[in-house]
Design a protein around this ligand. Structure first.
Ligand code: ADP
Length: 468
């Protein structure tokens, strides 16, 4: 890559762009978070299941046994009371009924805690017990004569037996609910261990990746620093070389031009027409060489950061108009229309007017030079730069031509010095754009270009409203 390209478009690795590191970093953070959260969730789930066994499933079973015992006792008592009419049976029944109702009341919330599989059968059993209670109550309080009860006793006893069987079913359901929860606890413990081991492994792998990327990152940073220092060294030594060379060449060329000027003025006697033509051609060549030396000096200064800048508040519209007027005669001689569109309410900007003028003049001179027919238009306006990603306020100066255009594959080299695409089309040195781009950068801006071969080009000179 030429030095200039390296300066303007340094190649950046994905690490330099920060594109890779977020993956392992996210993995580390995510696995650490999961490592903290997953065991907590598993433990709280296990604790809840244990509590359901301890405070619901196990305490419910003695209550069911008590209901069952009471019902057994009440069935036998009812049979004996119907036969004997002994009031002792009635008071024993009441006592047993009260204990049973207490047990049922205590059982209901526990069944609810264990879910509908237990709660619904318990509710059904209690509803049935209440119906049997009503029948027995009417026997004991005399509303149903004992003789009548005896006739119907089979049905009541059968209902009592069915409720007693229900209690056996409920007891089994309670035992199953406790077993289910124990099984779930064992599975959750196994899953918790497997998850923790997996997450630890993931965190280790991600940490290893971060470590390796960190090492690569440091090495890349080191490589970049070495490259920067090397570039600086090369740029400085090239600037020194150009300064020395220019100085050594400029003086003899100036002296030669001086002598030729004296001859042209006839100091050494009159000149024949061929002599005078040759002398003017020689002087033109010397002036071109001196121009090139001046450009090279500017380039060297811009590259090594020695370009002196004097930013002042500037009415940029006036400057654009002024530069365009300077080129009106040249455009006219080249048979080109020159349009200049400067809106009235342009803001004042802070920049170095001489450097801004130099950049704009180069773009306009090129536009005229590389356009055979049609027009050149200069427009200026406030516009966001880089699709608005750069939030500063910008002024954009477009120089649009209907000229020969530039092939897309050449655009990247356009701002590298000594780049000339079709040298046969016009005189030139190939350093104007290189210098302009560096000057634009020194002013805090830059030059962008869109172009289509055969249709024309638009060079845009971007300037921030405030210098850095
Ligand atoms: P020079 O014009 O002295 O050759 P520049 O650095 O100004 O040097 O331009 C470099 C090259 O870019 C030119 O030689 C030309 O090939 C191309 N170029 C510059 N401006 C234009 C333009 N407006 N239209 C077409 N080509 C251009």
């Amino acid at each position: 890559m030429p030095i200039d390209d390296a300066i303007i478009n340094p190649e950046r690795t994905p690490i330099e762009r920060g594109g890779i590191t977020w993956v392992p970093l996210t993995l580390v953070v995510a696995s650490l978070l999961l490592l903290a959260v997953v065991p907590m969730l598993v433990q709280s789930w296990i604790a809840e299941a244990r509590e359901e066994i301890a405070v619901a499933a196990e305490p419910a079973r003695p209550l069911v046994a008590m209901v069952r015992g009471s019902l057994d006792f009440e069935a036998a008592g009812a049979r004996a009371f119907a036969l004997t009419g002994d009031p002792e049976f009635a008071s024993a029944h009441r006592y047993s009924q009260v204990r049973r109702i207490e047990a049922e009341a205590a059982l209901l919330p526990l069944a609810l805690r264990l879910g509908p599989a237990v709660h619904e059968p318990v509710c059904a059993m209690i509803a049935e017990v209440e119906a049997v209670d009503a029948a027995l109550d009417s026997l004991y309080d005399g509303r149903l004569p004992r003789s009548a009860y005896r006739e119907r006793s089979d049905a009541t006893q059968a209902r009592l037996q069915s409720v007693i069987e229900r209690t056996a079913t409920i007891d089994r359901l309670l035992a199953d609910a406790a077993d289910d929860r124990r099984r779930n606890i064992r599975s959750a413990e196994r899953i918790g261990i497997a998850l923790t081991v997996g997450l630890v492994a993931l965190a280790l792998v991600a940490a290893l990746l971060v470590f390796r990327l960190g090492r690569r990152y440091r090495m890349t940073a080191l490589r970049l620093e070495v490259r920067r220092v090397e570039l600086e060294r090369v740029t400085q030594s090239r600037a020194r070389l150009i300064r020395g060379f220019s100085h050594d060449v400029k003086n003899p060329l100036g002296a030669a031009d001086g002598f030729l000027a004296l001859m042209e003025d006839g100091i050494y006697g009159p000149l024949s027409t061929p002599q005078s033509t040759s002398i003017s051609k020689a002087r033109r060549s010397i002036h071109r060489a001196l121009d090139l030396i001046r450009y090279l000096l500017d380039l060297a200064r811009a590259e090594s950061g020695e370009l002196s800048l004097h930013p002042v508040p500037l009415a940029i519209g006036e400057l654009v108009q002024d530069v365009a007027e300077d080129f009106r005669a040249q455009a006219y001689t080249s048979h080109l229309a020159l349009h200049c569109d400067v809106p009235e309410n342009l803001p004042t900007i802070e920049t170095d007017p001489d450097r801004a003028r130099q950049v704009l003049a180069n773009l306009l001179s090129n536009a005229i030079k590389y356009t055979r027919e049609g027009s050149v238009a200069v427009r200026v306006g406030a516009r966001p730069f880089d699709g608005g990603r750069d939030r500063r306020e910008w002024i954009a100066i477009d120089v649009e031509d209907t000229g020969i255009g530039i092939p897309a594959d050449q655009l990247r080299r356009l701002f590298t010095e000594f780049t000339r695409f079709r040298p046969e089309d016009a005189d030139g040195t190939g350093v104007g754009l290189a210098i302009s781009q560096r000057m634009a950068a020194a002013l805090g801006g830059r030059i962008t270009v869109v172009s289509e071969p055969g249709r024309g080009s638009t060079f845009t000179f971007w300037l921030p409203r405030r210098s850095r």
